[in-house]
Design a protein around this ligand. Structure first.
Ligand SMILES: Cc1cc2nc3c(=O)[nH]c(=O)nc-3n(C[C@H](O)[C@H](O)[C@H](O)COP(=O)(O)OP(=O)(O)OC[C@H]3O[C@@H](n4cnc5c(N)ncnc54)[C@H](O)[C@@H]3O)c2cc1C
Length: 376
């Protein structure tokens, strides 16, 4: 009666992991990606331990090339005055990985999943609801499905089309990243703080580091773009510049923003949003991929049983069980990231906080765990 049980827009970590969950449960699943795989995107590329554990569970580690990723033990902060604090993860290592390598491995795993079909260069253009069914427009074709999952990223078209997009301008933060061919000098993700910007150095291969800057666009000259923007941000971090002296850039910089995007709700009649499409605050605490993967896995117990038990399109009321789990997953992220954003507006408080964390590494460790949420 329906072309598909589930159609998913977007083949990022959220979309592909969700596709595997549905298809592994015997549901006829189509993932539509508007670009060609493997996908690249602006990202700090530090997957926190919970996300790394999900990737292990999905069998992704076995598909990674030797030297194409780097585990990291924790987070190290450097204050503008040079104070340093290190927090070691209690949960085991995180995973530093180039997004193209992660995308390739996720796609390989997805292609070998029975019941999962992937269409590339196939943007989801729109959808409408008609007498208990959902019709989705993909690349000029109309498909019928029982559930449409919007995993279409930060600037989600489906969030807007389903009427849950919320305008927000509390934070005007952006991010840019660049890879460098250089042997990582640390097995921590290093975070350097400066006025209105931070630098994140993630080891992501035997001979590769990712340098990402996040900045407050209200406090940074917005005229620069691409390489000149990257260079102007690097000027804020002379210590980092000297570290990278002579290192070859690997590919062009990539930027994204504004980072803060909100949805009134991740569910609607026949529609469910996951990953960045469901809302995002900031990349400051490096939780995006872990949250996207956690949301995808949560579909197993909350949405799969509904699709297996009954016919027809799932209503928002029926998806309420997922909503509860979604809130539980994102609550610590919004709480801690919000507090860190507020703190970083006050340079003296940043110095004080990093000084405190350097004296109490156990406290730093507990804060890292809190940020990852309960149940990990
Ligand atoms: C500068 C920066 C640094 C970051 N650093 C980190 C970090 O260190 N660690 C971390 O965990 N997270 C980090 N994040 C966040 C992380 O990148 C995201 O949270 C994560 O990629 C979300 O995955 P997703 O699958 O929801 O979206 P995406 O990875 O963005 O995938 C969405 C996909 O949907 C596709 N798409 C869009 N529209 C359509 C359409 N209409 N039809 C079909 N396909 C469509 C896109 O092409 C894309 O491939 C960072 C983000 C930024 C911007």
């Amino acid at each position: 009666m329906y072309d598909w049980d589930v159609v998913i827009a977007g083949a990022g970590p959220a979309g592909l992991a969700a596709g595997m969950v549905f298809a592994d449960s015997g549901l006829r699943t189509l993932v539509c990606e508007k670009k060609r795989l493997p996908l690249d995107k602006a990202c700090g590329e530090g997957v926190m331990p919970p996300g790394a554990a999900v990737l292990q569970r999905l069998g992704i580690y076995e598909l990674l090339p030797p030297g194409g990723f780097a585990p990291f033990q924790g987070i190290r902060f450097y204050s503008p005055a040079g104070r340093c604090a290190s927090g070691v993860f209690r949960e085991g290592p995180g995973l530093g990985i180039d997004r193209r390598i992660l995308s390739k491995a996720l796609a390989q795993r997805a292609r070998s999943t029975a019941g999962l079909t992937m269409w590339e260069e196939a943007p989801v253009e729109g959808f409408d609801r008609e007498s208990g069914s959902l019709r989705v427009q993909v690349k000029g074709e109309t498909l019928s499905t029982r559930l449409l999952v919007g995993a279409d990223g930060l600037h989600s078209r489906l969030r807007r089309l389903s009427g849950v997009h919320m305008a927000c301008r509390r934070h005007n933060r952006w991010g840019i990243r660049q890879h460098f061919h250089v042997r990582p000098w640390s097995d921590f993700v290093e975070v350097y703080w400066a006025q209105g910007a931070e630098a994140y150095i993630t080891p992501c291969g035997a001979e590769m580091v990712n340098v990402a800057f996040l900045w407050d666009a209200d406090r940074q000259d917005g005229r620069a773009a691409g390489r000149s923007l990257f260079d102007s941000l690097m000027d804020k971090f002379p210590e980092l510049r000297s570290r990278l002296d002579g290192a070859e850039p690997a590919g062009p910089p990539a930027a994204a923003g504004p980072l803060e995007q909100r949805a009134k709700s991740p569910i609607g009649d026949g529609v469910l949003l996951i990953g960045d499409a469901a809302g995002y605050l900031d990349a400051r605490t490096g939780e995006g991929i872990s949250i996207a993967l956690a949301q995808a896995l949560a579909l197993q117990d909350t949405v799969v049983p509904l699709l297996c038990r009954q016919d027809g399109m799932l209503t928002a009321a029926e998806l309420a069980g997922y909503l509860q789990v979604h809130r539980k997953i994102v609550r610590p992220y919004y709480l801690i990231t919000g507090k860190v954003l507020a703190l970083s507006r006050h340079p003296r408080m940043v110095e004080g906080a990093i000084s405190l964390l350097s004296r109490f590494p156990g406290l730093f460790q507990r804060l890292l765990s809190m940020n990852m949420g309960p149940g990990w």
